[in-house]
Design a protein around this ligand. Structure first.
Ligand SMILES: Cc1ncc(COP(=O)(O)O)c(C=O)c1O
Length: 183
């Protein structure tokens, strides 16, 4: 079962399963599938899906299931994502942010999804040091970035997600703000 709530339509139009060539039995989707409105979906092999109501014997329903507004927003975004140039652009923006942040710590990136750990560039040392140091340092970075007008997730363990709404100007401003904290 693949949880593609974050990776779905983000690391490739077909999600992590397309990028890594895996065909899961079931896939869970959220976020982008609703085009900004609250929507989630799951799907998978016919033999599993045919077990669900109304065809099968496993009951599944919800008040807002298939909500027309959310599904219309989702369909509209998914149509836009048919353009492969969008993924090239997301890759470029992710790479730009990665290159700009790399001098300040360990950056791990897949497409337009990345994490930043400020405690050095060796992944093994980062893990052990992180447990002791990183939480407070990250909290200070979070507050610094917020004061600079940049809102990242308030947890070290969340990713940074540059999107099509983030142009080079926003990416460079983010790099400059991290630099003024850690540089
Ligand atoms: C990977 C992943 N799976 C599942 C969820 C849960 O999604 P929801 O908040 O819609 O229940 C999240 C939420 O951000 C997530 O990041």
């Amino acid at each position: 079962m693949f949880d593609e709530v974050i990776t779905g339509f983000r690391v490739a139009r077909g999600g992590a399963q397309e990028r890594y060539g895996v065909v899961p039995d079931l896939t869970i989707l959220g976020k982008i599938v609703g085009g900004g409105l609250p929507l989630a979906a799951f799907g998978g092999r016919a033999e599993i899906m045919s077990r669900l109501a109304p065809v099968g014997d496993v009951y599944q329903a919800g008040t807002l299931s298939g909500n027309p507004l959310a599904t219309a927003a989702g369909v509209s975004v998914l149509r836009r994502l048919r353009d492969p140039a969008i993924y090239d652009e997301l890759e470029r923006r992710g790479a730009r942010l990665e290159a700009g942040l790399a001098p300040y710590g360990l950056v791990q990136r897949v497409g337009a999804m990345l994490t930043l750990f400020l405690t050095g560039t060796d992944p093994f040392r980062v893990v052990t040091r992180m447990q002791r140091l990183e939480t407070e340092r990250y909290a200070a970075l979070f507050r610094h970035l917020l004061a600079e007008g940049i809102y990242v997730a308030p947890s070290q363990y969340e990713c940074l997600f540059p999107s099509l709404a983030h142009g080079d100007e926003e990416i460079d401003a983010t790099i400059a703000a991290v630099s003024s904290f850690a540089g």
